[in-house]
Design a protein around this ligand. Structure first.
Ligand code: UN1
Length: 517
């Protein structure tokens, strides 16, 4: 596709969603006016061209968002959970209808291929339907009381407005993981997206707020596009926001966590990953190759779950790495809308520089570059942020292999014994996702044992990336704290209350204590 075709794709996408020109990036039940505010200029990583402008929130906007969100919370928590679930189900239906347009907006602003862009909207749909079902399953336990004529049980109560701070790389799905679950739990949500993906957030919020209004439901979701870390700081320090779910870097997450916990708030932190795949001589090499290639190259290596390290048994090392190099030489890089392209651009020029610098650092630290990544110019899209992917043969003592570089940079390591592989696997500060490729049940089970993968997510014969929403998503160590999306992650969005009820005519005390007055 030429640059001209991308121009018409941009026009078409913006027109379809009514996002041309200047947009308000602040929604607190209604869109804030545009006058007298600072503006963020959004551009596409595909061709570097300007897409649209967004107004940025100031402190007063934030205060008004919190006030409204708390007010709407008081109304929303009175809805029964199944009714809340019905409303969220309708939002899922809306996203089914808008999947193509919103997926295209992800392609436009973030540079994902249409398959990955639409996949992201599918992830929103999946979590909306999951949350809807969950609305009838917010179970509390009942215990047998030790006291006669007593009932003892726990119940789950809505918490309040949830702050959601999302990253550019999953600009829509991660918001849904949090907001849809929060909503069925009876909470409202305040969204601060990355400015790099603020137009996606604005497009999603337009669609969702219109649907809520058509349904006659309260505006439970608000949006605050704001500059840099400013909005994040406001949210971290705001006692009216009892839970903050943050996706982003370990450094920012650490800072936020300290602020939120110092006011006794709760955090869910989804921070850096440095995910590895172990490929053993017992693997089905074709499966391993596809799994590693997807993990390392999809979204141009800009997922928290991207495969960054491959630990390969020495007996198959040469063969596997040779095949991987072939995949890297043949993979199509360029305009994500072009047929056959699997690797689109990096998000911005800074990301390109960080990526190229990391390759140089790896070389200086003793790494052998097996496939050299470079900055690339794509015809007709000269200002896009394209790079070719890199494979570096690495050693565990190179400090850079313990750092997450957000790009298609893959380190390959050789191992001899399985113990050695496990040790290398866990020898990084991060702990999000992991994978083993093997057909040997013993290796598989050891990888899943207590001395195996130390990550929040462990995969067997499939990629570190591409988790389904039904599982709880999150990591260990410097990746942070808490889980989002599936299984019982909802519990973080509610407060647990233990209830003891006496329906007798006396007041017997627990632990047999006597206190007769
Ligand atoms: C992220 O990179 O922050 O598992 C989220 C995956 C996606 C979500 C990634 N479902 O790769």
């Amino acid at each position: 596709m030429s640059g001209q075709n991308f121009d018409s794709f941009r026009e078409g996408t913006l027109n379809a969603l009514g996002l041309k020109g200047l947009n308000s990036g602040i929604f607190d039940g209604q869109w804030k006016d545009l006058k007298g505010r600072n503006v963020y200029k959004s551009s596409s990583p595909v061709d570097g061209k300007h897409i649209a402008d967004l107004t940025l929130a100031n402190r007063e906007d934030f205060d008004s968002i919190v006030r409204n969100s708390r007010k709407i919370f008081e109304e929303w928590r009175e809805y029964t959970a199944p009714r809340r679930g019905e409303i969220i189900r309708s939002l899922g239906d809306l996203l089914v209808r808008k999947k193509k347009e919103l997926g295209a907006l992800v392609t436009l602003e973030v540079g994902k291929t249409p398959s990955e862009g639409e996949g992201e909207i599918q992830e929103m749909i999946d979590v909306a339907y999951f949350a809807s079902g969950l609305s009838r399953q917010l179970y509390g336990l009942t215990m047998g009381s030790e006291r006669p004529f007593h009932r003892l049980y726990e119940q789950w109560v809505p918490l309040g407005p949830v702050g959601i701070i999302s990253a550019f790389n999953f600009p829509a799905a991660v918001w849904s993981w949090n907001s849809m679950i929060a909503a069925v739990c009876g909470d409202t949500a305040i969204w601060k997206p990355s400015t790099k993906a603020a137009l996606v957030a604005t497009g999603v919020m337009h669609a969702v707020s219109e649907a809520l209004s058509d349904l006659g439901a309260p505006q439970i979701f608000s949006l605050m596009v704001s500059r840099g870390n400013e909005g994040g700081e406001w949210i971290s320090n705001e006692p009216g926001i009892p839970l903050v779910s943050f996706t982003g870097s370990t450094n920012t997450g650490r800072n936020l966590y300290q602020k939120v916990s110092s006011r006794m708030g709760r955090s869910i932190l989804e921070l850096g990953g440095n995910n590895a795949a172990i490929v053993t001589e017992k693997s089905d090499m074709n499966v391993a190759l596809k799994g590693v290639a997807f993990g390392a190259l999809a979204t141009a290596g800009q997922r928290c779950t991207s495969t960054r390290r491959v630990i390969i048994q020495d007996s198959i090392y040469e063969e596997f790495v040779g095949k991987l190099q072939k995949v890297y030489s043949n993979v199509k890089i360029g305009n994500p809308n072009d047929p056959g392209v699997l690797v689109g651009p990096l998000i911005d020029g800074k990301a390109v520089k960080t990526y190229l610098d990391a390759i140089e650092t790896a070389r200086k630290q003793g790494g052998k570059v097996l496939h050299q990544g470079k900055s690339m110019k794509i015809q007709g899209l000269e200002e896009g942020n394209y790079v070719s992917p890199t494979i570096v043969e690495a050693k565990q003592d190179m400090p850079i292999v313990k750092v997450e570089t957000f790009g298609p940079l893959l380190y390959v390591f050789k191992y001899h014994s399985f113990d050695e592989a496990l040790k290398m696997h866990n020898d990084v500060p991060q702990g999000l996702s992991s994978a083993i490729f093997t057909t040997d049940i013993r290796e598989e089970e050891e990888f899943l044992s207590a001395r195996g993968s130390d990550c929040g997510i462990a995969n067997v014969n499939t990629s570190t990336a591409g988790a389904e929403i039904g599982g709880a998503f999150g990591g260990e160590k410097e990746t942070g704290y808490g889980r989002e999306s599936g299984t019982d992650s909802w519990k973080a969005y509610m407060r647990r209350q233990t209830v003891t009820k006496n329906f007798g005519k006396d007041v017997p005390l627990s632990q047999g204590v006597k206190f007769d007055v």
